[in-house]
Design a protein around this ligand. Sequence first.
Ligand SMILES: Cc1cc2nc3c(=O)[nH]c(=O)nc-3n(C[C@H](O)[C@H](O)[C@H](O)COP(=O)(O)O)c2cc1C
Length: 208
Amino acid sequence: MRVNYTSPHDLDESWLDDGWEKLILRWIDDALAGGVAEPNAMVLATVDADGRPSTRTVLCKGISRAGVVFYTNYGSDKARQLGLNPYASATFSWPLIGRQITVRGRVERVEREVTDGYWRSRPRGSQLGAWASDQSQPVASRAVLEQQLAAVAVRFPDEIPTPPNWGGFELAPTSVEFWQGRENRLHNRIRVTIAADGSPSAVERLSP
Ligand SMILES: Cc1cc2nc3c(=O)[nH]c(=O)nc-3n(C[C@H](O)[C@H](O)[C@H](O)COP(=O)(O)O)c2cc1C
């Protein structure tokens, strides 16, 4: 199962010249072109009240200098954990193209208008699913879930409003690390550290 990474392009500090957000966007495009399914999927780590980590995948739905945005249920485990400790780490992992990005920082809810804008872009089926699911809570059976879905479809025959307990979070990075697999496990790791005003305060190469 061992893979030898032989990228023809050698990541270095200069790749960050246009900003970390541009490089994430470029790498997502490269992952898509390289055949990665859902290259905007990232594994999000949060910690619970006892300081114990949890991870799960979410889809990144926005990237700007301010941070990376994902959407979820505000009553879910992840959202409750972020309410207690608003720090997270998110990793895009693309072994198929020998790359990984990890974003760490503080998480805050996005403005309601931002959530509403994204909500309107979602297909009706996804909107109904969000209303029907009390995310992270136990549910008696698959049949119960489907009854809940049918009930919301009747309740909202036309336009579906944003559920009050659903919305976006933005992870504003304090650091972003880009990893590129290379020969002999001498991988490239470049980390940008970001100051409170959003400007990069250091771009460093890390030992693999
Ligand atoms: C590829 C993929 C994408 C996912 N995207 C999201 C997402 O954008 N938002 C979300 O709430 N859950 C998403 N999920 C489901 C989560 O991984 C998780 O099961 C759910 O959010 C509940 O997590 P929690 O109980 O830790 O809060 C996704 C799962 C996969 C496998």
